[in-house]
Design a protein around this ligand. Sequence first.
Ligand code: FMN
Length: 142
Amino acid sequence: MKKILVAYWSGTGNTETMAQQVAKGAGDGGAEVTLQSVEKVTPDMVKAAEALAFGCPAMGDEALEETEMEPFIGRLSQAELGGKPLALFGSYDWGDGQWMKSWAERMKGLGASVEGEGLITQLVPDQDACSKCYELGKKLAG
Ligand SMILES: Cc1cc2nc3c(=O)[nH]c(=O)nc-3n(C[C@H](O)[C@H](O)[C@H](O)COP(=O)(O)O)c2cc1C
């Protein structure tokens, strides 16, 4: 069974909803899924996963959330990420998705195999956005 880690940060629950859908899709796709808020994720959990999904909303000025997600991402190394399928997702509001573009480039720079360009949703994920998250998780499991 493919081990997938879904790690996320969410302030008001929008990215958390996306994370739950990604995890559901991955589970239905046959993977062994760990869904965890990022502050509880250890380096060993990242190492043990064969595929990864990270979620974070646009914060600051088109940046990752600074107290938990940014340090977590900053600690990741090529050894942990290299060659692994990685799905990125998150909610935003008024921006143009620049935080996600920068994040995806950063992760590619560490050798991760990023799925698409990252899945972004404005504010609360509607049914269509939830389906896209679910399908993303399923693809990661496949
Ligand atoms: C402090 C703060 C900074 C934000 N910065 C941005 C931003 O730069 N660009 C943007 O599109 N949305 C920004 N937002 C909006 C959030 O990304 C949006 O509300 C999102 O749905 C929050 O997701 P969550 O419910 O997972 O926390 C910001 C929100 C807050 C509270």
